[in-house]
Design a protein around this ligand. Structure first.
Ligand code: ADP
Length: 510
């Protein structure tokens, strides 16, 4: 320890030795050859680290930086030993010399160990031939990719995650009117506003976003056109890229518009026709009303005089005359009924006011009116709870129930107790009523025809009637915003359904 302390204390003290020049016999030539050679080696060793460091500072991608610095230090230290060797010719600072050598030794071995550690890694690095082959391979792959892009039927634009255009195909050039170079490197916003899409959604390979909402593409000349875009991620070595397949949907939109316009025109035409039909219907109704009304008077006269004729001259003329007069009396009676029915039919809804109607009370009145018919036929009536309608035509509604109930009795099955079940329930903004019987039923093919005015399935001798009752019911249901239909099985019975549009106040009675 004492020696070490002494060593550093006298580090620059050279009184213990004579200058090297005076040790032994140096000729001028020998001495200077030694000195100049040492200085030449030192200066060369000194220059090498600077060249290395300069090189590294320019190469940002340089690897093994620590090795370069270690190597530079090692060379610098080796050079220093030569420098101090030359200096000792005049100043024998052997202690400094020894120290420099010791440092050089340490640096040399550190470098050796570091080289042992780094060399295997360095040998795994690709050679320039490998790199060239890889570049070639990449070029080919890129070429293939470009060819594929050109084959795609859609315009394709490839962008990086910052929405900068990287690649476009010829279809995109045609679509947008820019050249390849005018688009490459530019923001995609110049073509279409895509940057509202969340890039994160595209980070999973296989994810796809299709944008069908109103998105407009902009051409170089500033004109705009509707587009449909499908975005898909491309995971590459350079990071996430996005491929947008763009389709010009101008024609599709035009077609949609044409269809929409055609629909509107069609709707208008239907409305016009409906209005026309309604007007004609009204005219017909008016005609039926006027005709039946005006016919009543001459019919009344004819029928009155025929009856007078029958009363006064029956038995005073011959048998044939009596028979003819009977026929005329019967026919004019039938005609009276028909004209009255027709008049009633054309009067439905005319001038009457709608008001609140409790269907339970209404049904009670109907059953009371039909009391004799019900009692004679021992009819069983089952009625559920019916609604109170806030707005309905009571006279017409009563006639509807009356027609259905009396038909159920009229068309009963012989030798079976007629059972009539009446109920109602709410469905989709309507009250749906049903009148079910266990009568003779109606065959499938007649189930629509029976609602047409004067259509009957039986002749008068089998069942009485004029064939206007169900036409009445149909008109009354329609007057209430509803409809009427029947479900029936011949021999098993029929169920007549009718609906009444529900207004806010209609409710079931307590
Ligand atoms: P009408 O009762 O005067 O014949 P409608 O218009 O009331 O006229 O009925 C038309 C036809 O529908 C009837 O002739 C009958 O054949 C059939 N029909 C109506 N109601 C029923 C019923 N409940 N059961 C079986 N058939 C019926």
């Amino acid at each position: 320890m004492k020696q070490v302390a002494e060593f550093f204390k006298k580090l620059f003290d050279y009184s213990d030795w004579p200058p090297r020049w005076h040790c032994g016999k140096w000729s001028e030539f020998h001495g200077w050859l030694y000195i100049i050679s040492d200085l030449a080696v030192w200066s060369a060793y000194f220059a090498i680290p600077f060249i290395i460091i300069r090189y590294i500072s320019k190469r940002h991608d340089a690897r093994f930086i620590r090795l370069y610095f270690l190597f530079a230090g090692f060379i610098l230290a080796c050079g220093a030993t030569h420098f101090f060797d030359a200096v000792t010719f005049w100043y024998p600072i052997y202690r400094v010399n020894a120290l420099v050598r010791a440092i050089t030794g340490i640096l040399s071995w550190t470098t050796v160990f570091y080289i042992i550690k780094v060399l295997p890694v360095a040998f795994t690095l690709r050679t320039s031939a490998d790199l060239e082959a890889e570049v070639e391979q990449r070029k080919k792959a890129e070429e293939k990719f470009r060819n594929l892009l050109e084959l795609a039927p859609d315009s394709i634009v490839i962008m990086n995650a910052a929405w900068d255009i990287q690649l476009v195909n010829a279809q995109a050039v045609n679509m947008f009117g820019y050249t390849h170079s005018e688009m490459t490197g530019k923001r995609v916003c110049m073509l279409m506003p895509l940057d509202f899409v969340d890039v994160k959604q595209l980070q999973t390979p296989g994810n796809r976003i299709t944008i069908r909402e109103e998105l407009m593409g902009t051409r170089k000349d500033g004109t705009q056109f509707p587009v449909e875009i499908s975005l898909a991620p491309l995971v590459t070595e350079e990071g996430l890229l996005m491929a947008a397949a763009i389709r010009d949907i101008s024609e599709k939109k035009l077609l949609e518009k044409t269809i929409r316009d055609a629909n509107i025109t069609l709707e208008k035409k239907v409305q016009q026709r409906t209005a026309e039909l309604e007007r004609k219907n009204k005219e017909l109704e008016q005609f039926a009303y006027v005709a039946s009304h005006d016919l009543q008077e001459p019919l009344q006269t004819t029928s009155g005089f025929v009856q007078l004729l029958h009363k006064k001259y029956h038995g005073r003329l011959d048998d044939t005359a009596d028979q003819y007069i009977d026929y005329v009396v019967q026919a004019s009676g039938r005609m009276k009924t028909l004209i009255k029915d027709l008049l009633d039919y054309s009067r439905i809804g005319r001038g009457n006011q709608s008001r609140q109607v409790d269907c339970n009370l209404l049904l009670k009145e109907v059953l009371a009116d039909l009391h004799t018919m019900i009692a004679e036929n021992e009819v069983v009536i089952e009625a559920g709870r019916l609604p109170v309608l806030s707005s309905a035509y009571p006279t017409e509604l009563k006639s509807l129930f009356q027609n259905l109930v009396s038909n159920s009795i009229k068309f009963r099955k012989p030798n079976i107790t007629p059972v009539i079940h009446i109920e109602a329930f709410q469905t989709n903004g309507y009250w749906q009523f049903s009148v079910h019987d266990n009568g003779i039923g109606i065959e499938d093919q007649y189930q629509e025809r029976i609602f047409i005015i004067f259509q009957r399935l039986h002749n008068r001798s089998t069942y009485e009637g004029s064939g206007i009752g169900l036409a009445h019911c149909k008109k009354i249901a329609e007057l209430h915003g509803g409809k009427i239909w029947v479900q029936s099985e011949p021999g098993a019975g029929s169920t007549f359904y009718f609906t009444i549009a529900e207004t806010s106040g209609n409710h079931l009675s307590q």
